[in-house]
Design a protein. Structure first.
Length: 175
């Protein structure tokens, strides 16, 4: 696994509290939008309208516990991914949001203390395999749960669908 796959670098776009549910991330009124890339236009629209306009590709969202709670809608993770979000770092995730994120190729990093150790604008370096977040702006090392190598492989591939397409495209035909 190359360093480019397991090391992410970016800036903290926002530090949020706990219990950020899928309606806060992506409002239910937009569920009829089928173009995933257009979902990004409505990211945090109702609760935190200032986040989306200032997000740059590769930026991170940092939050306290229970990020992505609520409904199981995949659109919340898709809106983050297609907004250019480089990763979501939280003290904990709702299980299905975590799985949706990894399946879409969006890194979801569990770190119990990152929300207390990061400020908006901080530059971070995340080692997905080792489970270490380096806050370069504050010269801190923050513990995180390492991602399973299979999750890193899905992220490197761009998500589950691109991973499966590549895997089966190179597989010999059954005959």
């Amino acid at each position: 696994m190359s360093e480019a796959v397991s090391i992410l670098r970016g800036r903290v776009a926002a530090v949020l509290g706990g219990n950020i549910d899928t309606d806060i991330i992506y409002p239910g009124r937009y569920l009829n939008i089928t173009d995933r890339e257009k979902t990004a236009e409505h990211l945090f629209e109702l609760a935190y309208p200032g986040i989306r306009p200032k997000m740059q590709p590769g930026d991170f969202i940092v939050a306290a516990a229970n990020f992505g709670c609520g409904s199981s809608r995949e659109q919340a993770a898709a809106a983050l991914k297609f907004s250019g979000c480089g990763a979501v770092i939280a003290a904990g995730f709702a299980r299905i949001f975590f799985r949706n994120s990894i399946n879409l190729g969006l890194p979801a990093i569990v770190s119990p203390s990152a929300h207390a150790e990061c400020n908006e604008g901080d530059e971070l370096e995340i080692d997905l395999a080792a489970g270490v977040i380096r806050n370069l702006s504050r010269n801190l090392s923050i513990a995180a749960a390492p991602l399973d190598p299979r999750a890193i492989e899905l992220i490197r591939s761009g998500g589950l669908i691109p991973y499966l397409k590549a895997r089966y495209a190179s597989a010999p035909a059954a005959g």
